[in-house]
Design a protein. Structure first.
Lengths: 132, 132
């Protein structure tokens, strides 16, 4: 079984370091550009402005050996297992980012609100389920 | 950059084939067991019954070369890019499963509703964000 991820694109953002990144998109996330690799043109077919999607990212600056953290980095709170948190430090540092597409220009897709840092690799885009 | 996923556990489920699997957990998903590998004991610290979590799985039966599909497998609907769907067939076949933990017995965690097939590898467990 091959479990090596393919990088489908990269994030272009004004957030340059982990220190200045909000913890979640809805806590001060900004508009950012997702640049898709040209080989995934077919997978983008039908994407539209205004759509709500979930971006999956690979949080490349994370510590994959870390199993316990202070929740939200708050050292007054006791450490607990990363599976009970949203910490980027975890065995597989995959970020989930619910965003809205605000513009599409070829392989460049503008989204918001986005909290990941500039250069973060992207690994998937999923449609958001709506239950009507 | 190492983008090879670590398998943190496996799903044990009565759903044995992709054909009998519901498309989403809330469309007939069942109670199933997540068996965590013992090396991730620390990462489980603090998990509790009743918690809502998102499981991330690796949909190992998926076609990673596929970029366009009929939405929901419905051949009367025109094909479109997998990034506009929830199809398991996609460059990185990661499944997102919002579930509730119903029982914890050592490394065996019972969850529901779960639609993935028996033997599906698990790659992450995340806390669900609540905005109060």
């Amino acid at each position: 079984m091959n479990t090596t991820l393919k990088i489908i694109g990269y994030l272009r953002s004004d957030i340059k370091t982990r220190e200045e990144a909000p913890k979640q998109g809805n806590e001060g996330g900004i508009e950012a550009i997702v640049e898709i690799q040209e080989e995934y043109e077919d997978a983008m077919d039908g994407m539209s402005v205004g759509s709500e999607v979930v971006l999956l990212s690979w949080l490349h600056a994370a510590d994959r050996e870390c199993q316990r953290v202070h929740p939200r980095g708050d050292e007054t709170r006791p450490k607990r297992g990363v599976f009970t948190t949203r910490s980027p430090d975890r065995p597989n540092p995959i970020g989930l980012h619910p965003v809205t597409i605000t513009e599409i220009d070829g392989f460049k897709i503008k989204v918001r609100p986005m909290e990941a840092i500039d250069g973060t690799p992207l690994i998937d885009i999923k449609n958001v389920q709506r239950h009507k």
